[in-house]
Design a protein around this ligand. Structure first.
Ligand SMILES: *[C@@H]1O[C@H](CO)[C@@H](O)[C@H](O)[C@H]1NC(C)=O
Ligand SMILES: *[C@@H]1O[C@H](CO)[C@@H](O)[C@H](O)[C@H]1NC(C)=O
Ligand SMILES: *[C@@H]1O[C@H](CO)[C@@H](O)[C@H](O)[C@H]1NC(C)=O
Ligand SMILES: *[C@@H]1O[C@H](CO)[C@@H](O)[C@H](O)[C@H]1NC(C)=O
Ligand SMILES: *[C@@H]1O[C@H](CO)[C@@H](O)[C@H](O)[C@H]1NC(C)=O
Ligand SMILES: *[C@@H]1O[C@H](CO)[C@@H](O)[C@H](O)[C@H]1NC(C)=O
Ligand SMILES: [Ca+2]
Ligand SMILES: [Ca+2]
Length: 932
């Protein structure tokens, strides 16, 4: 159905409706149907999700600390992302943790925007089994994604299913039935959820007040019958006879007898008196589902999915064509050196990704958390082939950008220009989406080997346009284009990786394609450590002026302001004195250069452009592609790393340095702010924020390292279906609209897995018009479950100057038929007698996954510090034998048994303590002690 003006109510209600819509806009993401749209006190989906996540993460970190015999502060106070990250010993991953939480929250809230009318997504209309199907299918997808280290896909599905799960507790009568705990069978297929009300069973009586206390029929409560409200946004909607409604004036069924409702979305909902009961159970249910995901993934992977890890992921994209022989040797050295330096430290990479590329081949991708395995993968790279001079570097980079978590650091090692330049737009789109930083390490500058077959390249050097493309991509990502000789590769990479930690924030950056004189100022606040300036370019001169007015210029690198400096190739790194206040750097260069000032600090920010929601209530949702150029726009900014930080100023700074637009900041919550701009620049820009931490005398300044482009095109694609069945085509409808001139728009769809795609090569649009198309994607039928694929649909305006895109990701999922966890059967259990520290106990258990099960994948120890041995039963490979022995002082053990699709079972055993005959302690007698 379509809604024209919002005035679908009787005229008297229209004002209320408008008021509500305005309120929704103010409150950003409405959650109008389901927990949300609070009056400031009710809990909404975001808060429920965050609390559930924090609870579970704390439990996991505590277990990890316990296992490693580390002290753990419990519970962390105040209970928020900062304190939890700190308690987990992962303060450095605060930004990725915050980002993971916010992404899961956004995906959760999206369900209200895109699935507003789908009753089963909200456990309405007694679609309890259908609702559960959404939860359990999504849960299987989450587990499959984690298994393949595809954490972003896991988060996406997690957000979606948490919405439905949480809605159950608001929209059903679970709480009214007196339940204080979540229903564990909502996350388990094939189990009994409860006594579901028959379609003909009446469940409610009339209630004519805003808050309904006793409208659920007594016999329903007495017989423990489970029901939910009916909901419809369509005027004159009906519902089956005698059934409860959702309630509230947005629900048209609540005016149908029996009138009233039972939802607990907010404090002033029909059953608002039970709002906190419902939201507390919803928090517990969120944790319960996360516990299940944790069991399937294992603690380390679970924390990684939540963005809690040690250092940043390390991602290498390596050219393996013939000419790269020596370079690959250097890359091997670089990798080994970085890994050896970081393993065991707080900066140990959380994930290693390797993408080799050649021509015409590329891949396979290696993604692992095991440094030894990664080293082996790198060491097995061999340089060969490649044919002509250019290679498939963008194909390799595309795969890296889609496989690496957002905000990763990616290094591209090559000595040749890109052959696949048609991927330029796609790669730019992915850089903007992932905000990953790409550094090009280009090694052909001095000489090229004899294997080149292409002699058109002048002196075997990369042509100007080849270098220009890499430079453009590096700059868009906030990374660098670095030219070095093979012998300096290690040194250059080390300079960058040494000073780059996940705690690093960008204070200011600039890139100038033509040399000119320019003065750049930036503010350094008290929280910044290891202040560093990176400059790339040849023959760049500058003068630095410190807040105290001390000057130093580049002819003398040993002056008062520069603690140390390193130069290799076109890269210069300067470590500055940590002086708080306004700095200035006066740049003088005859050629292009980039400037980037970074520091280690916890205070940083996340941002997203927002668009007006397509849901019935307006409000905003996160924009997944380029914002509209030249018109007003909205940005959401979230501050991380300090409770007392406030955002004071936000501007969009054109990358050319020529223009700047200031926004109007309004506060949404303590940490998050909405910024309105009159006009989004048409040229590439970055986001620059200023803020104030506590009572500090200086402001803090941060700049986005990624550059953003706006567009007069919009590309929207249906992203409701995120699961791809192997071998089955999936159709994705999309539409392209333009604010500008019409014509023939070139279309391109690409994916990072080489899956089959069909799509229209062009669409014809009128001036200011729109057109629709469909992309079909098919994965090979042998694609492993959990594989993710990223699809980019790109539209180019006539002339090629303006481009926009939609980026969609899918998880390949085989149909899951095994819903039961493995089971344990006790074979033997010994006793404990006597002094516990002198005796041991033993346990022997057999574990099976049933005849139709997928089999045992892992068995882990959750409690108990004894020794576990696992073996396959002789003559029966479907049976696993576990033997466990421990000191009698550690009398309990919990085994976690996981099958191949992530069903998790727990087996708990305690040893029997026979009566204990301890030697009585000797009486402490002062005189006897003295006499001794
Ligand atoms: C960063 O600064 C700290 C002291 O604040 C120092 O210990 C550390 O070595 C520095 N890191 C680097 C990479 O220089
Ligand atoms: C930079 O500042 C100096 C000193 O104020 C001034 O002389 C110079 O013209 C400025 N340069 C630019 C490009 O604005
Ligand atoms: C740098 O300092 C030297 C010596 O003080 C001076 O001769 C030179 O002009 C300065 N250069 C710039 C660009 O300020
Ligand atoms: C943005 O512009 C549109 C069209 O001019 C207008 O309807 C809308 O209210 C504006 N939004 C804001 C937040 O100013
Ligand atoms: C921010 O300010 C608060 C209060 O003044 C202070 O306790 C905190 O250390 C500051 N944070 C940082 C990262 O400097
Ligand atoms: C594109 O599809 C949408 C929804 O399916 C429809 O409303 C719209 O009219 C279509 N637009 C064109 C230009 O066909
Ligand atoms: Ca080639
Ligand atoms: Ca099973």
């Amino acid at each position: 159905m379509t809604i024209h003006c919002g005035c679908i109510f009787f005229t008297t209600n229209c004002a209320v409706m408008k008021l509500l819509a305005a309120l929704c806009v103010l409150l950003l993401q409405t959650g109008a149907h389901g927990f949300g749209l609070g009056n400031g006190k009710s809990l909404n989906h975001q808060e429920i999700t965050e609390r559930g996540i924090l609870n579970t993460v704390v439990e996991v970190c505590r277990a990890v600390a316990l296992a490693e015999d580390r002290y753990f502060l419990y519970p962390p106070k105040p209970f928020n992302a900062e304190s939890v990250a700190a308690a987990c010993g992962a303060s450095k991953s605060l930004k990725t943790f915050s980002k993971a939480i916010s992404y899961i929250q956004d995906e959760n809230v999206e369900v209200d925007h895109y699935r507003f009318y789908s009753a089963r997504h909200h456990f309405d209309n007694e679609l309890i089994l259908e609702g559960r199907k959404i939860v359990t299918e999504g849960l299987s997808a989450v587990k499959a994604s984690n298994r393949e280290n595809n954490f972003k896909a896991a988060r996406k599905n997690l957000g979606k299913i948490l919405h439905s799960l949480q809605d159950f507790y608001s929209h059903s009568n679970w709480v009214e039935l007196g339940n204080k705990k979540p229903n564990p069978n909502l996350i388990r297929s094939g189990t009994r959820i409860g006594n579901l009300a028959a379609k003909t069973r009446a469940t409610c009586r009339n209630c004519f007040t805003d808050i309904c206390k006793d409208n659920i029929l007594e016999d329903v409560l007495r017989e423990n019958i489970l029901t939910t409200g009916y909901f419809s946004f369509v005027p004159f909607a009906s519902k089956p006879k005698g059934k409860c409604s959702h309630g509230g004036f947005i629900d048209f069924t609540s005016g149908v007898e029996p009138e009233g409702g039972i939802n607990k979305d907010e404090l002033d909902s029909s059953h608002g008196h039970l709002h906190f009961n419902a939201s507390n159970v919803a928090i517990a249910a969120t944790s319960q589902l996360l516990e299940d995901v944790r069991g399937a993934a294992g603690d380390r992977k679970f924390l990684q999915m939540m963005g809690i890890a040690k250092g940043k992921p390390l991602c290498f994209v390596v050219d393996t064509t013939g000419s790269m022989g020596d370079d690959i040797a250097a890359v091997k050295k670089v990798t080994a050196s970085i890994i050896d330096k970081r393993v065991g430290t707080v900066d140990e990479p959380s994930l290693y990704i390797l993408v080799p590329f050649g021509d015409p081949s590329f891949g396979p991708l290696t993604k692992t958390t095991d440094p030894k395995y990664f080293k082996r993968a790198i060491n097995s790279l061999k340089a060969s082939g490649g044919g002509d001079f250019p290679e498939l570097s963008l194909t390799g980079l595309q795969l890296a950008l889609t496989s690496a978590p957002p905000n990763s650091e990616i290094f591209v090692f090559t000595d040749a220009p890109a052959k696949d330049t048609h991927l330029r737009g796609t790669v730019l789109a992915l850089i903007e989406r992932t905000q990953s930083e790409v550094r090009f390490m280009i090694t052909n500058i001095l000489s090229r080997s004899q294997s080149d077959t292409d002699h058109q390249q002048q002196n075997g050097r990369m042509s100007r346009s080849g270098a220009q493309l890499y430079r453009e991509l590096a700059q868009a990502s906030g990374g660098q284009y670095i030219e070095v000789s093979k012998s300096n590769l290690l040194e250059a990479t080390t300079i960058i990786t040494e000073s780059s930690t996940s705690f690093q924030a960008t204070i200011v950056q600039a890139a100038r394609s033509r040399g000119k004189a320019e003065n750049v100022t930036f503010t350094v606040d008290e929280s910044v450590r290891n202040l560093t300036i990176y400059i790339t370019g040849h023959r760049v001169d500058f003068t630095l002026i410190s807040p105290e007015g001390v000057t130093q210029n580049s002819t003398d690198m040993t002056g008062p302001l520069i603690i140390s400096s390193q130069s290799v190739g076109n890269l210069h790194a300067l470590k500055l004195k940590e002086e708080v206040g306004l700095w200035e750097i006066r740049m003088v260069s005859a050629q292009s250069y980039t400037l980037k000032v970074v520091g280690e600090t916890s205070i940083d920010f996340l941002f997203d452009f927002m668009e007006v929601s397509q849901g019935p209530f307006g409000g905003f949702t996160v924009l997944e592609n380029r914002p509209k150029a030249g018109v007003n726009g909205t940005l959401r900014v979230m501050l991380t790393g300090s409770d007392s930080a406030k955002l004071t100023e936000v501007s969009l700074v054109e990358s050319s340095g020529l223009g700047r637009v200031h926004g109007i900041v309004t506060s949404l919550s303590e940490r998050s702010f909405l910024v309105q701009f009159d006009k989004i620049p048409s040229a590439e820009f970055a986001v620059l924020i200023m803020g104030q931490n506590g009572t500090s005398s200086v402001s803090f300044q941060r700049q986005s390292s990624t550059s953003i482009r706006a567009s007069s095109l919009t590309v929207t694609a249906d992203n409701t279906n995120t699961v791809l069945a192997p071998g089955m085509p999936l159709s994705i409808p999309f539409s392209v609209a333009t604010e500008g001139a019409g014509g023939v728009f070139r279309m391109r769809a690409t994916n990072d897995r080489d899956f089959d795609l069909t799509f229209p090569s062009s669409l014809v649009l009128e001036d200011g018009g729109s057109a629709n198309g469909t992309v079909n994607i098919t994965s090979p039928s042998d694609t492993p479950s959990g594989t993710d694929v990223t699809l980019t649909i790109e539209a180019n305006a006539p002339g090629g100057a303006d481009t926009n895109y939609a980026v969609l990701s899918f998880t390949v999922l085989h149909e899951v038929t095994d819903f039961t966890p493995p089971v344990c059967e006790l074979i033997s259990l010994s006793n404990c007698t006597g002094n516990c520290s002198l005796s041991m106990w033993e346990l022997s258990v057999q574990v099976t996954d049933g005849t139709n099960g997928t089999g045992i994948d892992r068995i882990e120890l959750r409690q108990g510090d004894g020794t576990m041995n696992i073996s396959v039963a002789a003559g029966n490979e479907n049976m696993t034998l576990v033997s466990y022995n421990a000191s009698c002082c550690s009398p309990a053990v919990e085994l976690v048994v996981i099958d191949h699709v992530g069903n998790v079972g727990f087996c708990f055993y305690t040893v029997q303590q026979m009566t204990e005959w301890r030697t009585a302690p000797r009486p402490q007698n002062l005189s006897s002690k003295v006499s001794e």
